[in-house]
Design a protein around this ligand. Structure first.
Ligand SMILES: N[C@@H](CCC(=O)N[C@@H](CS)C(=O)NCC(=O)O)C(=O)O
Length: 266
């Protein structure tokens, strides 16, 4: 994907979506898939993983990504704010139900996937720790290195370590979430629906489809993520291995095939 630098993008009109360049960050990929599904055009702008991104902070007040900047409106950085902007810009292709109880269900499931101490957050907390299992030394030796200095790693750790739980609690929290998703998908299947809620696609389906990369990444030709990132994403540890259910991956494959485009482009 071709990105503009902050200096090139900040004075443009319309929708600019700040994304972590050249890696498939699950929050950023979800925002892209939502906009693509709704056929909303946007200009991709580069954020550099783990770096201080001083020009981005000067523009938006935010160091990380994603970050949706629409005309001169305030920055939208949370998954819910970005979703609501997309719903407003393209109401003809809704990703939220109109009925309040269904909507509560879709947003609750989405929060379990995307919010602080949800699937993505808790999964990240256990990555690279013994709770994700013991890495194969030959694989470790073959890895390329992320372009990070020690201060970059410290910055990332500071950004994401404070939450209600840490690495030790993360496997049980993640397992509980995917068991909930799998149980729903089995119930929905019995009622003739391949979707998480109701009988048509909602944003919860998109979030799980994208965030499932932290359970089983798509193969390299469809998700050419850096090798060091792939290793963090595919090492599950025993608790998640036990909780994994094939229906979670079947759902991902169905949503990509029917509603979203592949290969991932980042
Ligand atoms: N603000 C987002 C979450 C954003 C987020 O966690 N971004 C990470 C993705 S792994 C990121 O930008 N990482 C790169 C960095 O911190 O430089 C939300 O709550 O919806």
């Amino acid at each position: 994907m071709k990105y503009l630098e902050v200096a090139e993008a900040r004075d443009l009109p319309g929708l600019r979506l700040v994304l972590t360049a050249h890696v498939p960050g699950p929050w950023g990929e979800s925002a892209k898939k939502i906009l693509d599904y709704k056929q909303i055009p946007y200009v991709p702008v580069a954020q550099y993983a783990a770096k201080d991104n001083a020009d981005l902070v000067a523009w938006t007040g935010i160091r990380n990504a994603p970050n949706a900047m629409y005309n001169d409106e305030p920055p939208r950085t949370g998954w819910y704010e970005i979703l609501m902007l997309a719903e407003r810009l393209a109401p003809a292709r809704p990703l939220l139900p109109t009925q309040s109880e269904d909507r509560a269900l879709v947003l609750g499931i989405s929060a379990e996937i995307c919010s602080e101490w949800g699937w993505g957050w808790a999964r990240r907390a256990m990555m690279g720790t013994p709770y994700a299992g013991t890495p194969d030394p030959a694989r470790v030796a073959s890895l390329s290195r992320p372009p990070w200095e020690p201060e970059d790693i410290a910055r990332m750790r500071a950004s994401y370590s404070a939450s209600v739980g840490g690495p030790a609690e993360a496997p049980a929290r993640c397992a509980d979430i995917i068991r909930m998703l799998a149980a729903r998908l089995h119930r929905q299947k019995a009622e003739g629906s391949p979707y998480l809620v109701g009988h048509s696609i909602t944003v919860a389906d998109i979030y799980w489809t994208v965030f499932s990369m932290a359970l089983e990444p798509l193969p390299h030709d469809l998700n050419p993520m850096p090798d060091w990132m792939r290793m963090s994403y595919d090492m599950l540890g025993p608790i998640l291995e036990a909780a994994k259910d094939d229906i979670l991956i079947a759902h991902r494959d169905h949503i990509y095939a029917k509603h979203l485009s592949l290969p991932l482009d980042f």
